[in-house]
Design a protein around this ligand. Structure first.
Ligand code: C5P
Length: 228
């Protein structure tokens, strides 16, 4: 039988990582941030091939296939730790440059296979709450715990701005809101593993909900699942 996988998909800023971390903590399982793995491949490509990953996607995937140790994913005290070429990439993968470039990696099938293989291999030995775009639809379609979070785009942009310390209504904020919209469009419209509502997923609009409300609702839903 497969270990418990809670698949949480949705657009940027819908609350996926906050909710996934809380669910993982309450259920005493691990949190897996699949977006951070796409970001690691992107950062690697930017460092080794070109400041733009466009056109180098297959070569980047080949590097990770040939040398899986390039990216290590470990769990220490229930915290996901990433090591990219032996170094902690956690700050650099959150840069605006990486965020702008990640779409090239995310729309390449070979790169997606690299990321999916890492998740599936770790899921043999761990229970996870995983957030991403295609976790319920492509990576773990067999899990009974599929969740889709959404929220109004303005609310999502505000949440991101708060996280990043960007002043609301500033020029930088408007640029951020624009980038979020473009990234959503790219994630929804790409041909491979687009962001969709997976069959059987529980959809929640978090626009007017607190984190505690969403976590409680989902814990009750997980608890009442006939597969428990
Ligand atoms: O979640 P995060 O914003 O860090 O993800 C970065 C990007 O990685 C997303 O915009 C998306 O293009 C891609 N991604 C994906 N599939 C996932 C997780 C992330 O395509 N499962």
């Amino acid at each position: 039988m497969q270990n418990m996988i809670i698949a949480i998909d949705g657009p940027a800023g819908s609350g996926k990582s906050t909710i996934a971390k809380q669910l993982a903590k309450k259920l005493k399982i691990e949190y897996f941030d699949s977006g951070s793995v796409y970001r690691c491949l992107t950062l690697y490509g930017m460092n080794h091939f070109n400041q733009s990953c466009e056109g180098y996607e297959s070569e980047i995937a080949q590097c990770f296939l040939k040398n899986p140790g390039l990216l290590e994913i470990r769990y220490v005290d229930h915290r996901q730790t990433l090591l990219l070429e032996g170094e902690d990439p956690s700050k650099r993968i959150r840069s605006r440059d990486v965020t702008r470039q990640v779409r090239f990696i995310a729309s390449n099938p070979e790169c997606r296979d690299v990321v999916n293989a890492k998740m599936r291999s770790l899921a043999k030995t761990h229970c996870f709450a995983i957030d991403g775009r295609d976790i319920g639809s492509v990576v773990f379609p067999e899990t009974p715990y599929k969740i889709y979070l959404d929220a109004d785009v303005e609310v999502r942009a505000k949440r991101r701005a708060l996280e990043m310390g960007i002043e609301l209504n500033s020029a930088e904020y408007k640029q951020l809101a624009n980038e979020i919209q473009q990234r959503d469009q790219g994630d929804r419209n790409r041909t491979i593993a687009p962001l969709i509502l997976a069959e059987g997923a529980k959809k929640i609009d978090t626009t007017k909900m607190t984190v505690d409300d969403v976590v409680k609702l989902l814990l009750d839903w997980i608890d009442s699942n006939p597969n428990n």
